[in-house]
Ligand binder design. Structure first.
Ligand SMILES: Nc1ncnc2c1ncn2[C@@H]1O[C@H](COP(=O)(O)OP(=O)(O)OP(=O)(O)O)[C@@H](O)[C@H]1O
Ligand SMILES: [Mg+2]
Length: 327
C-alpha cells in the first residue's frame, strides 16, 4: 500500500528581487508502508525543500509556494489546515534534520523534551509511564546509562548523542513515516554508520517507512528499497534501488556511481569525476537541466525538456538518449 504519494510537486520561492523561481519542478514519488526511499543528489538540488514541503514547513512561508499533491494514507495533506498538519506531524510523520541543535531546546533537559512529546500524544498516560517510556526510548536509540542522561541539557551531549536524542524524540510518537534529512552529515563516519544501523533496526522492529535524504550515494545504497536521484529540482532517475545501482540509466546517476569507489561500475562508464556544478536557478538550461554537464549531450538536449519514461514496470528515467546510451 502507498503510505505517501507525492504527485507533481513544485516549490517556488520569491527572491529579494521579487521574482518567483521554481526550485523544485514537478516531482513525483511514492513511499510504501515500511519501506525506505532514498532521495539523493548534489547540494542545492532541492532535497530539503522537497522534504519541507511535504508537511508545509517551507522556509519564508510568505515567499514560498508549493503546487501539486501530497497524499498521506489517501488524504490530500497539501490542502490540510495547520491544526491538521500539526496533528499529522506529531502522530504520523516525524522529521529529523541535519543539525540537532536547531531542533532541540537548549534550556530543557533531554527528559523534559521527550516527555513533552509524549504528553501531547499520549495525554491519558501517567507521568511515571512517560518517564518509563523515555528511558525505554533512550535505550532503544543506544544511549548508554540513560538514567544518567535524563537530566542532561543538549550542550552536555556529544553530536552523536544529540542526534540519538532527536531520533528518540521522533520515535516517541511512533510515526508511520520518518523523514530524515541528512541525519548523519554532521557526524563522523563511525557514528554515521551506527546511526544508520540504528534506524534500520528500529524500522525493522516498528515497521515505519523512511524518506532518507542524503548527498551520500554509498550511504543511500545501504538503506534504500527505492531511490530517487534528483538533479537541479527534478528527478533524473527513480525506482528500485537494486536496479538503479546495478544498471543506472541516466548519465547523471552513472557519473555519481562511477565516482564511488568500491561500487560495481556499469560497463562503458569509466571512473570519471563529474565536472562543473549544478546550474544556478537564474542560468538553468531551458532543455535538459543536465545538458551542460552531460558527456552524451546532443543538440536537441539543449532545447527540449526530457519526458519521464519507463525503463521497466518500476523504474523511470528522464533522458532523451537513455535508450541509445544504454544499448
Ligand atoms: N529560503 C530560501 N530562499 C531562497 N532560496 C532557497 C531557500 N531555501 C533553499 N533555497 C534554494 O533552493 C535550492 C534547493 O535548496 P535545498 O536546500 O532544497 O537543497 P538540498 O538539495 O537540500 O541541498 P543540500 O544537500 O546542500 O542540503 C538551492 O539553490 C537553494 O539555494
Ligand atoms: Mg538539504
Amino acid at each position: 500500500m502507498r503510505l505517501l504519494s507525492v504527485q507533481n510537486l513544485s516549490v517556488s520561492i520569491r527572491g529579494d528581487d521579487g521574482i518567483a523561481r521554481e526550485l523544485v519542478s514537478s516531482i513525483s514519488f511514492d513511499i510504501a508502508a515500511g519501506e525506505t526511499l532514498g532521495l539523493v543528489g548534489e547540494s542545492g538540488c532541492g532535497k530539503s525543500l522537497t522534504a519541507m514541503s511535504i508537511l508545509d514547513l517551507l522556509p519564508k512561508p510568505q515567499a514560498a509556494r508549493s503546487k501539486g499533491s501530497v497524499l498521506f494514507k489517501g488524504e490530500n495533506i497539501s490542502t490540510a489546515n495547520q491544526p491538521r498538519l500539526r496533528q499529522i506531524r506529531g502522530k504520523n510523520i516525524a522529521v529529523i534534520f541535519q543539525d540537532p541543535m536547531t531542533a532541540l531546546n537548549p534550556v530543557q533537559t533531554v527528559a523534559q523534551q521527550i516527555i513533552e512529546v509524549l504528553q501531547i500524544h499520549f495525554p491519558k498516560q501517567s507521568r511515571s509511564a512517560h518517564r518509563h517510556r523515555v528511558l525505554e526510548l533512550l535505550r532503544e536509540v543506544g544511549i548508554p546509562a540513560p538514567e544518567e542522561r535524563l537530566s542532561a541539557y543538549p550542550h552536555q551531549l556529544s553530536g552523536g548523542m544529540r542526534q540519538r536524542v532527536m531520533i528518540a524524540m521522533a520515535l516517541a510518537c511512533e510515526p508511520d513515516l520518518l523523514i530524515a534529512d541528512e541525519p548523519t552529515t554532521a557526524l563522523d563516519v563511525t557514528i554515521q554508520s551506527q546511526i544508520v544501523r540504528l534506524l534500520k533496526g528500529l524500522q525493522a522492529k516498528n515497521g515505519m517507512a523512511m524518506l532518507f535524504i542524503t548527498h551520500d550515494l554509498a550511504l543511500v545504497s545501504q538503506v534504500s528499497d527505492h531511490i530517487a536521484v534528483m538533479y537541479a529540482g527534478k528527478i533524473a532517475e527513480y525506482g528500485k534501488a537494486r536496479d538503479v545501482f546495478a544498471t543506472p540509466h541516466h548519465p547523471y546517476t552513472q557519473s555519481l556511481l562511477a565516482a564511488l569507489p568500491g561500487i560495481h561500475h556499469p560497463p562503458k562508464s569509466p571512473l570519471l569525476a563529474l565536472e562543473g556544478q549544478v546550474p544556478a536557478i537564474e542560468s538553468m538550461p531551458s532543455g535538459c537541466r543536465f545538458s551542460n554537464r552531460c558527456r552524451f549531450v546532443a543538440e536537441f538536449c539543449h532545447h527540449n525538456v526530457p519526458p519521464v519514461e519507463h525503463i521497466s514496470d518500476t523504474n523511470t528515467v528522464a533522458c532523451h538518449r537513455w535508450k541509445e546510451i544504454n544499448s
